[in-house]
Write a protein that binds this ligand. Structure first.
Ligand code: CUA
Length: 311
């Protein structure tokens, strides 16, 4: 129960779809509890108060009504209600070419490539964090480059798999601002449990300002860029505005503005960045990034100091 209100709970809805799911859950849970109380009450009544046999006819009536008719009606009503929710859960209008904000999320072992496609503007590449404006329906297109992953922001709505070779499209609408933890929900390898992203629902004006900044090039001129480039980091990672233009790993242009590091594995601090550079495989078994622990510590620290300022 302590987990019911946290950043990863379906019982703490902040989105239109999650509100429907939570309401259905409460109706089912409370209805189930009431029926359970009625059955236990009948059991106690039969055992304590009514200790004489029923006639054949009244026993048959009891079985017919309490065992067949009433449960059938209740389940049919519940089924009808749940089916009526489905168009809400997966709006058919979600397509990659509507005029809404469209966010492409691509599952990788073990991180998330995130590309924002605003209706009017250039695509913005980011990673491991999904931000969306409150009150606007956003279309997601979900892909994978390697194995099946699954995309889920529990306080906003239902989940959908990310399957290699196909694009799954759905939409979500945040109704309240908040910061949520979104775990990968399909086993995808040794660091499946370390594959999460932060979802941030924010006021539309703040979101627009954030996206405008996210689309800018990195602010430059820090000494750590030199060892970053000299050690080949730019072959895998892009930092827009520098020579680093690799597309294998996460885009680092605005790394410091993210809430977490390494897809939810570490807090986003300078020390954690240095640790991840030196021993990524210790933090995240099976990670594709090679370890750079052989570099002199002052070079690692300089790179970490540089990355930690890329806001
Ligand atoms: Cu990606 Cu589990």
């Amino acid at each position: 129960m302590a987990g019911c209100s946290d950043a990863q709970s379906v019982l703490n809805p902040h989105g239109a779809e999650a509100e429907s799911i939570a309401l259905l859950f409460w109706i089912t849970a409370i209805g189930g509890a009431l029926i359970w109380l009625a059955v236990v009450g009948a059991l106690i009544y039969a055992g304590r108060r009514h200790r004489k046999p029923y006639s054949q006819a009244s026993a048959a009536r009891l079985v017919l009504w309490a065992g067949a008719v009433v449960p059938s009606i209740l389940l049919a009503v519940l089924l009808g209600y749940a089916l009526a929710l489905i168009p809400d859960l997966r709006p058919l209008a979600a397509s990659a070419d509507d005029d809404r904000l469209h966010i492409e999320v691509i599952g990788e072992q073990f991180w998330w490539r995130v590309i924002y496609h605003p209706p009017d503007g250039q695509p913005v590449v980011s990673a491991n964090e999904v931000r969306l404006p409150v009150g606007e329906r956003v279309t997601f297109s979900l892909k994978s480059t390697d194995v099946i992953h699954s995309f889920w922001i529990p306080p906003l709505g239902g989940k959908m798999d990310m399957i290699p070779g196909r694009t799954n499209t759905f939409s979500l609408k945040a109704t309240k601002a908040g910061i949520f933890r979104s775990p990968c929900t399909e086993f995808c390898g040794p660091s499946h449990a370390l594959m999460a992203f932060t979802a941030v629902a924010m006021k539309p004006g703040r979101f627009d300002r954030w996206l405008a900044n996210e689309g800018k090039e990195a602010v430059n001129g820090k000494p750590g860029l030199k060892p970053f480039l000299a050690n080949g980091c730019g072959a895998c990672h892009a930092i827009r505005g520098t020579e680093a233009d690799g597309a294998v790993g996460p885009d680092l242009t605005h790394l410091a503005s993210r809430k977490t590091l390494a897809a939810g594995s570490l807090p986003n601090t300078e020390d954690a960045i240095a640790r991840f550079i030196a021993e990524p495989d210790e933090v995240k078994p099976g990670v594709r990034m090679p370890a750079f622990g052989m570099l002199p510590q002052d070079e690692i620290d300089a790179i970490a100091a540089y990355l930690a300022r890329l806001e």
